[in-house]
Design a protein around this ligand. Structure first.
Ligand code: SF4
Length: 216
């Protein structure tokens, strides 16, 4: 029997409006080989940890979500699990052909284009890429990005118009999880946002789930 491909996932979110165009699901993968100073998702960097989820399970999850136009792949480093993510996108699009895909990467577009077959396969399946590492010294309140070195690159026609749209921060979203805890998603417009939010919420007796958000 063929072995099922698994992804190591730090967190999933069913609906998000601040990490890409429209309403999107988000998958934060576990593990990133880079160590950007000021990374807002430090808990997603170790490759140990996260939840191993089979690609068919994630496919069903994405295909069942109503009223979303696609998925954003964040992390952690999505291109560290490129083969499994490419397989996931193929499986989802076999059932939802219009499903769009955006990904973040700490690597530059050029490096991904010249990378392994798995990395090229994932790149070929994306509609939108935010590339490059988060650089704290160049922090900026840009649309879906945390620092000025990061580029928003349309790959193909689907979002070709997007890079020309106003380039201002989309902000962050706070959600209440099924267990009553709070979590947030998005790219903080100001440095130190996460620490400040956690302090303010703790002072009011709220617990913020220590899971993945990202700045890159
Ligand atoms: S900012 Fe992005 S690329 Fe850099 S360490 Fe964090 S997850 Fe990795």
């Amino acid at each position: 029997m063929a072995e099922v491909t698994r992804l190591h996932v730090a967190r999933r979110l069913e609906r998000c409006t601040v990490l890409g165009p429209g309403v999107r699901a988000v998958i934060w993968v576990q593990g990133c080989p880079l160590s950007c100073r000021g990374c807002v998702a430090a808990e997603t960097l170790p490759f140990e940890g996260g939840t191993p989820l089979a690609v068919p399970e994630l496919t069903d999850w994405l295909c069942r979500l109503p009223d979303i136009e696609g998925v954003t792949l964040s992390g952690g480093e999505p291109f560290a699990q490129a083969g499994a993510l490419a397989e996931l996108l193929d499986a989802v699009r076999a059932r939802r052909p219009e499903f769009s895909a955006m990904a973040y990467s700490g690597y530059r577009h050029e490096a991904l284009r010249d990378g392994s077959p798995e990395r090229r396969a994932l790149l070929e399946r994306l509609d939108l890429l935010v590339d490059g590492p988060y650089v704290a010294a160049r922090h900026a309140a840009l649309r879906w990005r945390g620092s000025a070195n990061q580029r928003l690159i349309a790959l193909g026609d689907r979002y070709a118009h997007v890079p020309a749209e106003p380039d201002t921060s989309a902000g962050v979203e706070v959600s209440v999880e099924p267990d009553g805890s709070l979590s947030w998603a998005g790219v903080p417009p100001t440095p130190g946002f996460r620490e400040g939010l956690e302090e303010q919420l703790a002072a009011r007796g709220f617990v913020l789930r220590a899971e993945a958000r990202r700045e890159a």
